[in-house]
Design a protein around this ligand. Sequence first.
Ligand SMILES: [Zn+2]
Length: 456
Amino acid sequence: MTVKINIVNAALPLRDESRLYSLTAEDGKWTAISKQSGELAQPGAVALDDWDGAEPADGRLTLDAKGSIALPGFADAHMHLDKSFSLPKVGNVSGTLEEAVQNYAAAAPGFGKEEIKARMMRAALQSIACGTTALRSHLDFHVKHGPEVALRTVEAALEVKAMLAPYADLQLFPMIPYYDLTEKALEIAAEAVSMGVTGLGGAPHLSPTPEADIDRIMALADRLGCPVDLHADESDDPSVRTAAHIARRTKEYGWSGKVAVGHLCSLAAMPDADAEPIIRQLAEAGVGAVTLPGANLYLQGRRDRHPVRRGVTRVKELLAAGIPLAAASDNIHDPFHPFGRGDLLLIGLVTAYAAHMGSPADMRAVLRMITANPAAVMGLHGYGMEVGNDADFVILDAATPEELFAMVPERRWVWRRGRCLKAAARRAEWSVSRLRHYWEDATERVRFRQPTQVNA
Ligand SMILES: [Zn+2]
């Protein structure tokens, strides 16, 4: 049976905002996306707000989005699903990155596979419920405790990936140790790749020999034919500059689009004149970048007396250089970062605060940082709301990006391959019941409307 959904009156803020759209998906792919001349009164359409999420028996469904925003499914390009929700077991008294790394490494051998799977599932499912349909997780890979500890996490992650496959794409990057990068460690990493992880990760800026480590990780990736995603320069020290070396090697290998760097905090700690050439090198080499504003606002600047640095990379400069820059969750309720719930819209809002991005054009750029940009960083195929692509998308209870970031709406409808994974409760059920009458009247009167123009 063909499953066909038709959604009318959807707002697509990353396209033409002066119009509403009709969207059609058949058997999981977009088959039509067309601009409407005005608001459509489609006979037989069910108002999204009245829909309980059930598919009709004949597989045909027409919904009226009533001007709500539809975005491609969010893509979270940098997570640590295996560490998520470990905070009750692994604390961090000082709140520094160093203590987080130390405490987690000491606790790692004690985590069983089922526990790791349960933590990964919880974080992933929460993310999916918030609208994310593609996730990239780095994985703890502590070979110093023996290969079984490192490979236990890999096995857990691969099982979670298989379980989640109908609901989201999950990419996995084991973090090659930054201390004592032995041949044995590289061998075990190669084994992880043969088991099915996506590519190689690591945090070479923490190594005493960062450039040599980067060269060896890249050489292994070359041999295995897999992508590379490195934590880079997560430090307030402006002399930490592994990003430049990663860019150099990426260019030499001709790996544009295959290499990503996360954090880049030291870029924000150095003067413009030093940061500019590094940003240029990253752009020229085609390296993708990820900012993790939640974790870095929390972890960085810990040794500063006032003024205290904020640790978030140069978001506007990286975007201006044409680098695909994603905003991502990083850690969730673990010793690295006690907050978060896998909601990329919330991470977008934190990005907007941290990078001073509140203009109309900025807000739309932030939306790209949780959709198209991470899709580019992750090398996703068939991503985005174009005919022929996968119908992975989220509809949110907001009419404009301004409303989206002001309200960070709870009410979302999440779709994967044209099937609804999560529908929102009706507005009337969700609102405060005793005040419902006033609430409905007030929300109708104070509505966010389609903007007539957006400043570039
Ligand atoms: Zn990370």
